[in-house]
Design a protein. Sequence first.
Length: 317
Amino acid sequence: MVAITNKYNYPESYYHKVLKVNSAYSRGHSDYSVTDLKKSTRQVHTVRKNADKIIKDCSDMTWQIFGSVGHNLLQQETKSGITEKRFYSNFDGTILSGQVDWMQQNYDDPHTVDVLDYKFTSVYADIFPDKQLEWETQLNPYKLLLERNGYRVYHLYIFALFRDWKRKDYLNSKAKNGNYPVKDTKLFRIKVWPKEQTETYIKERLTVLEDTRYKEEKDLPLCTPEEQWRRKEEWAVVTSKGGRAMSGGVCSSRDKAIAVAHEKYSNVKNIGIEHRRADPINCLDYCDAKPFCSQFKKESEVGESIFEPLEKGKKDG
């Protein structure tokens, strides 16, 4: 069980609500939850193996509280359908579970439903499509779990509430033909995968999780930049670490930067490539495995900028 501290002496009511929310989650009698499938293998196993050592402060859990309270309020006002129900299914001996926020019985058959999930999230979930792709990897496994429990699922929805929406930003975006959300809420219809695609996704993720279940932390697969939420990484043509990029020398890949360096700056002294890594947002702000993760420790020691001098005449890096 994760230990929750109150080092800033927040009000007792807030602290106790955090404790309640923290203790409420359970994957039930399953090996993994649908949420586990979306996380990196390293994160899932490192958190589980160190659960009794994890310490969090209530000051870092504000939006988790708002999400929990918001879910509760919306569920209290739901007069039809089924809310907060967990479903289970066996995949080749491994039990997977998922808890659905709301199943709406919109059809004559009570076992024919639409599925809706609430998200208290950032406006960037609407601006950047990768978040919506992530939602697909949550709701489609829910759909398959329900179908294995006797339901027919037609539509999948996310009802998003944008905690950081600002009217000023919307008006600025509108003036520039941008894609900032019009309101602070939005209903998304989520793409339904073919059944075979969902089964393949689930079985592949469960196989990896089971195959690495008893490995030491150091032997677990490294998190990818995508899993770390590193965005907008750059490779710059420079003459020293932290130096100003040469004209036209900021590139989206190492190979492109090397090509620019050799084509335009081959005669410049000390020319090289600087990998400017984006911050690992998931690691820094959301991953409870961080204190126990050797990958995070190593990458933090290296820093977010890595300079690689290029040899004269060598074009393949």
